[in-house]
Design a protein around this ligand. Structure first.
Ligand code: ADP
Length: 166
């Protein structure tokens, strides 16, 4: 049967910065849909290490291997943004039980706000289930080795920002 509409999914997050755990989700998410929009939340209250533009630039550098993935940013309600983009699926990652409660709350609220948009959870890759942007930033601040945890262009930027201040 001919496919009439394409499935657009949004993968929203802070991505401050993108880690190999995020990248694993992007790779797997891109296989599940026709178009994957990796969307950076504009939320200055979180006092990010990198600006939204810097985070989008890093994402663009590393998702070029996935032709059906693109990078965007949004503010306001995620479900409103999803509708504007014609998306019917939200992708989120679950690492440990600690992620579950918050993610469940968000997914139920989003479903209440917009029943036509479904949240799909992907389990973190086992190699990345301990990995978060926050931990990576902490380790680099303390002089630890983060190779293999973030894409190499991101590692360079992190070292410049955290250790050299630019
Ligand atoms: P947020 O501030 O929205 O939690 P993050 O950038 O920290 O933004 O995470 C975005 C999404 O990616 C969340 O669903 C989070 O659970 C998921 N995620 C973060 N790190 C990993 C990882 N290592 N493996 C799988 N999913 C992850």
């Amino acid at each position: 049967m001919e496919k009439l509409r394409s499935l657009v999914a949004i993968y929203p997050g802070s991505f401050d910065p993108i880690t190999n755990g995020h990248l694993d989700l992007i790779e797997r998410g891109a296989r599940l849909c026709d178009r994957l929009v990796v969307a950076v939340l504009r939320n200055e209250a979180k006092q990010p290490l990198f600006s939204v533009e810097e985070r989008m630039e890093m994402l663009r550098e590393v998702i070029c291997d996935y032709p059906n993935a693109e990078v965007d940013s949004f503010d306001g309600l995620l479900v409103d943004y999803a509708q504007r983009r014609g998306a019917t699926v939200l992708i989120r990652g679950i690492r440990a039980i600690s992620d579950y409660e918050y993610e469940l709350q968000m997914a139920l609220m989003n479903r209440r706000l917009c029943p036509g948009v479904e949240t799909v959870f992907l389990m973190a890759g086992e190699a990345y289930s301990f990995l978060s942007s926050r931990v990576v930033k902490e380790v680099i601040r303390l002089g630890g080795d983060i190779s293999g945890l973030v894409p190499s262009p991101v590692e360079v930027r992190l070292k410049n920002r955290v250790l050299r201040g630019f």
